[in-house]
Design a binder for this molecule. Structure first.
Ligand code: RIB
Ligand code: CA
Length: 312
């Protein structure tokens, strides 16, 4: 089966790390590059974390450093979730691979220019790199198959009552992406708060017996601390956000979605960073995103488990 050409932009980050394991372990993707965004932690730390994950998985996909901060705003990090190093919990060996010398945005432009086929972009952090690329190289939009992203939410937020972290960190970048005309799969909090990992799942990963399964378990042990303390409504589950953006590309039938018009608020006192999802088509604007809002959790977890089993 032909592998889907993709470019991953992420801010590892515990759930970004599991997303990378799913993408690589599934064997279904031709991963052209991994670019890193500043979000869960600073760019310096997310870049190093991406390299650490590739070292663990014994693979050497080229990694490119992205923007250090949002387009117009100061960086806000999520160390209260992901820890001081951004992927706290497991002790991972220092990577041997170095990042490429080209910047993330220049690499995106080169890869899309050179590719004989369209490429799917998979951002799972703030959209600064993607927006910068779209603004600098608008003529390359036709080379993008779609953007399958983790971000936003129709009916809730996690940074404010209505704004999700990836959008809130760089709302102007998100506005550029959602108004770009490129087809978007939006995996927001509506679905990711159902894509929950529970202790039984963590124990299952640990029981696989390979080093990747052990690291997943240790990552999820740490990641769960925040969710068990701050999100009791999730009944002990932690929202495994980012793998949704890859899982949808593998098997969209495990998800439920609706084509909607989505705009991003960038100036509201209470609502900046909100993805305004016109779920009931009240504004009669043309849909610009497939908004994913439900998932078969068991199928989702099994997909990740099967991928992790195939890894070192
Ligand atoms: O709001 C959840 C998102 O913010 C996830 O992508 C997580 O990794 C953080 O980046
Ligand atoms: Ca992320």
């Amino acid at each position: 089966m032909k592998k889907l050409p993709i470019l991953i932009d992420c801010d590892p980050g515990h759930d970004d790390a599991v997303m990378l394991m799913l993408a690589i372990g599934s064997g279904l993707f031709d991963i052209k590059a991994i670019t890193t965004s500043a979000g869960n932690q600073t760019q310096e730390k997310t870049l190093k974390n991406a390299l650490k994950i590739l070292h663990l998985l014994e693979t050497d996909i080229p990694v490119y450093k992205g923007c250090d901060k949002p387009l117009f705003r100061n960086l806000i990090i999520a160390d209260y979730v992901h820890g001081e190093m951004g992927m706290d919990g497991p002790s991972l060996p220092e990577p041997t691979q170095q990042p490429e010398s080209q910047s993330a945005v220049e690499a995106m432009a080169r890869i899309l220019t050179e590719s004989p086929e369209k490429i799917t972009l998979v951002p799972t952090g703030p959209l600064t790199n993607i927006a910068t690329f779209l603004l600098a190289y608008p003529h390359l939009k036709p080379k993008i198959e779609r953007i399958s992203l983790m971000g936003g939410g129709a009916f809730r937020g996690n940074m404010t009552p209505t704004a999700e972290f990836n959008i809130y960190v760089d709302p102007e970048a998100a506005a550029v992406v959602f108004s770009s005309g490129v087809p978007i799969i939006m995996c927001g909090l509506d679905v990711t708060h159902k894509a929950l990992v529970f202790q039984k799942d963590i124990d299952r990963f640990r029981a696989i017996g390979n080093k990747t399964g052990q690291v997943v378990a240790e990552l999820m042990d740490f990641f769960s601390i925040f969710y068990r303390r701050e999100r009791p409504e999730l009944n002990g589950g932690a929202a495994l956000h980012d793998p949704c953006a890859i899982a949808w590309l593998i098997d969209p039938t495990m998800f439920t979605s609706k084509s909607c018009y989505v705009a991003v608020e960038t100036t509201g006192t209470l609502t900046t960073g909100t993805t305004v999802v016109d779920f009931f088509d009240i504004m009669k604007q043309p849909a610009n995103a497939e908004v994913v809002y439900d998932v078969d959790r068991e199928r989702y977890m099994n997909l990740i488990y099967d991928a992790v089993q195939k890894l070192p």
